[in-house]
Design a binder for this molecule. Structure first.
Ligand SMILES: [Zn+2]
Length: 343
């Protein structure tokens, strides 16, 4: 498998003595999609003291009127149309799953992860994440029974405002549409083309190759493998790849629990690096189809630490040029995440 990269050296004359200073800029391409990123290896390798990442109390403790808190939720969140789901809301453990008040998809729900108004990254438990995924699976089943045209599901989880989450209270969202997002479309098309060209699944090859190389491999359990991405689109990007499934609707309880266990380990690793905000999204094949050339996977990226006057990590190169500007070398990140995983 090819991991395309080009490294260029740039000299600057740095004050105060204006001595020659050489820095490398590394340009990488994703081995499947060709999506590009660039990083300055020296910025990235710089050891930074993990700052304390406690979220300001005026945010984490100010819960008055939060519609997701247990004292409000029953009267504050919508109910399902009984034709889609007859039980009002889907409930499982601490999770409530219900229609999004301001939908942005053909079917769009929010799902609380816990009854606590705020949790830090190391406080999420496997059962919370698993219950939320099982509730999502039940919702997806209801959508399938109701509308066979809705085929492309996404489960996403934004945590704290640097990730663009609008609510502090931990929650995930599930969207289902008739057609895939542009990136999902590229993933499915490139995976299919890779299979047609080589007769093998890109995803199996990637996992084998990254296991062999070791430098971006983080860890695995029976159902999923966690890898740092070679050419990430965000800092500390991890791919959690299912070994045996192409669609979010096909997961059994064991796979969901293994996935949840992996995510909880990764959030603990993020916490150890001073991260407190992140995005997670699944990338699923269509519901009701088993694709041999595709693997269901999720990606997580860290977002800027929520603190007063934080700097946004998504700039002009990402917004207008489709090229990520990465601060953290994937191999350096994987090393630290692996230590945390093994602990
Ligand atoms: Zn709340």
């Amino acid at each position: 498998m090819d991991f395309p990269r080009v490294v260029i050296s740039k000299e600057t004359l740095r004050p105060p003595a204006f001595e020659k200073d050489v820095q490398n800029i590394e340009f990488r391409e994703d081995p499947l999609t060709g999506r590009r990123c660039r990083m300055n290896a020296r910025r990235a390798e710089r050891i930074r003291q993990s700052r304390t990442s406690s979220v300001p109390a005026e945010l984490s403790q100010k819960k008055e009127g939060c519609p997701f808190c247990p004292e409000n939720i029953d009267r504050a969140v919508p109910r399902f149309d009984p034709e889609l789901y007859s039980g009002g809301r889907i409930r499982r453990g601490e999770c409530w799953l219900f229609p999004n008040v301001f939908p942005l998809a053909s079917y769009h729900v929010a799902a609380t992860l816990c009854t606590a108004h705020f949790l830090d990254l190391h406080e999420f438990r496997v059962g919370m994440v698993a219950d939320c995924l099982m509730a999502a699976r039940e919702f997806l089943q209801a959508v399938r029974n109701y509308d066979t045209r809705a085929r492309y599901p996404i489960l996403l989880w934004n945590h704290l405002s640097p990730s663009a989450a609008s609510m502090i209270h931990p929650h995930a969202q599930v969207l289902v549409d008739m057609r895939p997002t542009p990136y999902q479309d590229i993933l499915l098309g490139s995976s299919r083309a890779y299979y047609d060209r080589t007769g093998r699944s890109f995803w199996n090859e990637l996992v084998d190759e990254e296991r062999r190389l070791g430098e971006r491999y983080i860890g695995e359990n029976e159902s999923v493998v966690a890898l740092a991405s070679f050419a990430p689109q965000g800092n500390r990007e991890v791919q959690v790849i299912f070994k045996d499934t192409s669609s979010l609707t096909d997961l059994d309880d064991r796979q969901i629990e293994d996935f949840a266990e992996c995510v909880v380990r990764l959030l603990k690793a993020y916490k150890g690096m001073g991260v407190n905000s992140f995005n997670m999204s699944t990338f699923s094949g269509p519901m009701g189809e088993t694709l041999g050339y595709y693997a269901l996977h999720a990606k997580l990226i860290s977002r800027p630490v929520l603190e007063p006057f934080y700097r946004n990590d998504t700039g002009i190169l990402e917004r207008f040029h489709g090229e990520a500007d990465i601060d953290v070398m994937p191999e350096a990140f994987a090393r630290r995440a692996r230590e945390s995983w093994e602990r």
